[in-house]
Design a protein around this ligand. Structure first.
Ligand code: PBG
Ligand code: ZN
Length: 326
């Protein structure tokens, strides 16, 4: 008997041409899955390239409006804003002030583009003079003081017109404190995207140049998660969901796809993933050398996030990817 006679199942039958491959494709990437991060700086007419993130700039508000318009026209899900204030201090007051950099950006982008969904990062590390995610007590961040201030920051963002707040500081009780702050100010309907599964990571390197939030002493290991841990992610997510998180985020993305899948299997709320600065920088660096096909690598990576369980993907490739998949 011929060896090939025995092959009944031939998966290749469903791969023979683009039409059948398209019909049986399990996951699809859409522009609305993508959220574009923007870095906002004071001033006017500023578009300052971030050297370690080719193609990404620090933007003054007027310039951010232009990029946001592009994001809207390309059908992205929305944008997420990070602010770099003119003046930093011990507690990051700019993040809680009505005319703070991000509050002004939210208001101006909202008035120019009312339909565009605006998320704000809710943390203090870009706003504190020491670069940590909240006020310092002793040698580390004062958790309980920070969450109270986070409630105020979220309300300031809400008053400016933000559509969703996204606490990223990995403080215990942060979702609960923000929920309480928002509710008592009348923003019961404003959702919280929690970066509650955020690992301490070397992949944040380029972001620290972009957001100017490198700690002046120590690191974030006392509040961000240890990259070796998997079960802890389930515990962290459960706590935040319990406190009222509407969407959970895993961060970084590529080295943590197993975690994304774990959360997808355990919980039934929407998940987000942050395709972080270091992941972006590596792709750009190799692409600029001609060593990889940028479009191919980016679309494969983003589709991989969807396959792993992400509903939303925060990515600096947002505009390019949306153009490529249209
Ligand atoms: C800080 C924050 C970080 C990022 C988003 N918000 C990193 C940090 O801990 O410094 C990283 C995003 C990226 O690397 O693209 N709260
Ligand atoms: Zn922070």
């Amino acid at each position: 008997m011929n060896l090939t006679d025995k092959i009944i199942h031939r998966p290749r039958r469903l791969r023979t041409n683009p039409a059948i491959r398209r019909m049986v494709r399990e996951n699809h990437l859409h522009p609305e899955d993508l959220i574009l991060p923007l870095f906002i700086v004071p001033g006017e007419n500023i578009k300052k390239p971030i050297l370690s993130m080719p193609g990404v700039d620090q933007l003054s508000i007027d310039q951010a409006v232009m990029v946001a318009k592009e994001a809207q026209e390309l059908g992205l899900g929305g944008i997420i804003l990070f602010g770099i204030p003119a003046k930093k201090d011990g507690t990051g007051s700019d993040a809680r002030s009505a005319d703070g950099i991000v509050q002004r950006a939210i208001a101006e982008i909202k008035s120019a583009l009312p339909e565009l969904y605006i998320i704000a990062d809710t943390c203090f590390c870009e706003y504190t003079d020491h670069g940590h995610c909240g006020p310092i007590k002793g040698s580390s961040v004062d958790n309980d003081a920070t969450i109270e201030l986070l409630g105020e920051a979220a309300v300031a963002q809400a008053k400016a017109g933000v559509d969703m707040v996204a606490p990223s500081g990995m403080m215990d009780g942060m979702v609960q404190a923000i929920r309480a702050g928002l509710d008592s100010a009348g923003y019961e309907e404003l959702p919280i995207l929690s970066y509650g599964v955020k690992y301490s990571s070397a992949y944040y390197g380029p972001f620290r140049e972009a957001a100017e939030n490198t700690p002046t002493f120590g690191d974030r290991r006392a509040y961000q998660m240890d990259s070796a841990n998997r079960l802890e992610a389930i515990r962290e997510a459960a706590l935040d969901i319990d406190q009222g998180a509407d969407i959970m985020m895993v961060k970084p993305g590529l080295a943590y796809m197993d975690i994304l899948r774990d959360l997808k299997n355990h919980f039934d709320l929407p998940l987000a993933v942050y395709n972080v600065s270091g992941e972006y920088a590596m792709v750009k660096a190799a692409a600029m050398q001609g060593w990889i096909d940028e479009k191919g690598v980016v679309l494969e990576t983003l589709t991989g996030f969807k396959r792993a369980g992400a509903d939303l993907i925060l990515t600096y490739h947002g505009l390019d990817a949306a153009r490529w998949i249209r």
